[in-house]
Design a protein around this ligand. Structure first.
Ligand code: RRO
Length: 311
């Protein structure tokens, strides 16, 4: 029997595919739809200390090759999502990931302390890479701030915590970022969030309203960058840190490539937004078909085993 089951630390998932934070996860109804699909888990929309309306519309736009968004962190507040995942946990639902960020560091600490004191025992993803809040740079592009934030978090936070990263584009940055993450008991890193601050133009106009059209890019455009980030961190991080691969996944081949680069879990963003939750069945079937052709039974048979071109 071919299996796409996977693990993150002590957590087991029947399938390695799930939604990416921000897509199909704003409301309880959407989250229940992902839970009831073939996805192995779901992650919530990044929840902040207070609920937020986000940026003015239009703030999301599909293109032939992907998407651009500047949602601006619209969400119902972390408590809404925390209550939901606690309820799911009590109902023995699939494993869950709760995504959060302050957005200020004080608010991030407040949220994480509340989670630490709560009944929630599942995974939390700290979003260090939102590109769309005007005036707030992406935390993970500032290594000093990232290190000091993680340092203070791990003085009190003892539950499993992962981080959502932006794409990095330089080998030195992979080295520096990995050296920082290896100093902390991080459960997982998720590579990558959207490529920040791209610009899509139709005729003579931008296509989204916030920031005069600048927004995070997802979909086909970002797969090579996502794969590079997954593999760069797979090569550099302690083996106790699991890698989630996100970016440009719309079929079984894309998921296969993420796993080949070292991902244990694969998230679907733009393609889920465009095609709906039936995409989890489709990609699972396609991934299993590739595994069958190649004679692989489990993800461990090929995870991280990317071939290089030798002399
Ligand atoms: O809400 C958003 O604008 C947003 C977030 Br928090 C994120 O992490 N990534 C993204 O592309 N959009």
């Amino acid at each position: 029997m071919i299996s796409t089951a996977t693990t993150i630390g002590q957590f087991h998932f029947d399938n390695c595919l799930m939604n990416a934070a921000g897509v199909h996860c704003m409301t309880r109804t959407e989250l229940e739809e992902v839970r009831n699909s073939a996805a192995g888990a779901f992650v919530t929309k990044t929840g902040t200390y207070e609920s937020r309306n986000g940026n003015p519309e239009p703030r999301y736009y599909d293109t032939i090759l992907g998407s651009i968004n500047s949602m601006g962190l619209p969400n119902h507040g972390y408590q809404y999502y925390l209550d939901f995942v606690i309820k799911e946990q009590k109902n023995n639902s699939k494993n869950t990931i709760l995504s959060i960020v302050g957005p200020s560091s004080d608010e991030t600490h407040h949220i994480l302390k509340a989670i630490q004191d709560s009944d929630y025992q599942g995974l939390v993803e700290l979003n260090l890479s939102c590109p769309n809040v005007p005036g707030k740079p992406q935390i993970a592009y500032d290594f000093e701030t990232t290190e000091s934030l993680l340092k203070s978090i791990f003085t009190y936070y003892k539950k499993p915590l992962g981080i959502k990263l932006p794409p990095y584009f330089d080998i030195v940055h992979f080295d520096q970022a990995a050296a920082i993450f290896n100093r902390f008991p991080i459960a997982f890193v998720n590579c990558v969030n959207s490529i920040g601050n791209g610009l899509v133009i139709e005729d003579e106009s931008v296509v989204i309203k916030p920031k005069n059209g600048f927004g995070g890019i997802g979909g086909d455009y970002i797969k090579p960058t996502a794969l590079a980030n997954v593999h760069a961190f797979y090569q550099r991080l302690n083996k106790s840190i699991t890698i989630i691969g996100t970016g440009g996944v719309k079929n079984g081949r894309d998921a296969f490539e993420h796993i080949l680069c070292g991902a244990s879990m694969v998230q679907i963003g733009t393609a889920l937004q465009q095609e709906g939750v039936s995409i989890f069945d489709k990609i699972t079937d396609e991934l299993k078909e590739i595994m069958t052709e190649k004679g692989y039974q489990t993800l461990e048979d090929f995870r991280g085993k990317l071939h290089y071109i030798k002399d």
